[in-house]
Design a protein around this ligand. Sequence first.
Ligand code: SF4
Length: 319
Amino acid sequence: MNEPAVSFIAITPAPVASCGRMPVWLRRPVENAGRKDAVERTLADAGLSTVCHEARCPNRGECFGRGTAAFLIMGNACTRACGFCHVNHAAPRQLDDSEPARIADAVRRLGLRHAVITSVTRDDLPDGGAAHHAETIRRLKRDVPGISVEVLIPDLQGDRNALHTVLDAGPDVLNHNLETVARLYPIVRPQADYRRSLLVLSETARYNRTIRRKSGIMVGLGETAEEVRLLMRDLQDAHCQILTIGQYLRPSPAQLPVAEYINPEQFHEYRSFGRRTGFLEVMAGPYVRSSYRAEEQSPKPDKPDSRTTFPKEFAWNLR
Ligand code: SF4
């Protein structure tokens, strides 16, 4: 699995964008009200990282103001170097065994009903960090009654056993971001593999279909609308149920330039297409991020997912 699970969320507009001035629909006031200070204090007291900070997410004011955040586990150094991501690419640190308990404590203190746990990609670890993800899920379920847990995981290098370790811990939502269309992988996610990422989702559906499957992409990296529609079909074939689509914004001049600012009508069209063709939910808009209002993005299906047949190619290709 490649890429920081973190990545897609990475965004604070860089001062210079290659495709010209930021359009009017991307301008909005900075929100800093509500519970922002309390959230910052809780995170600092617990010594925890968030992807919100590490990725310079533009929604911080709003999300922290509502009392929510997306936790980043297993350090803030990533073993991969995706073209769009602001998270530090460096030698990772040893895992901290106390982290799952500290996460659970912070979630309890913040009064969250839905916890989003993301991580950097840890290709240095034999299981890619699956056991640490699993322990975090178990700790949350044990210490925070009624909590629902969404994990945004890396591809675990296609290791099926590692994926099962995460799934056996019982997350409510398994999120793995495709990030972009297949053609752009060599520049956007050079260490990742489009097909392997689809397999993470299809294997989750095959192994435990009660866990909701979710993915996310950025647009504005040079993809075409037709490629986005094909990607949506691929995700549906992989039994993905929930999709987020947001505008790529260059976090700093070190990342890929923005190729295009996608207008709100196009986002609306993507959402309509996705809903019409089978997703349970599609959240699409310029500032939509993978963990943005995550508690609202993950509706339970009206009826259980009763599909029993999975294309062979999706059932056996993980290692
Ligand atoms: S959208 Fe996600 S990453 Fe951004 S501030 Fe909100 S919770 Fe954090």
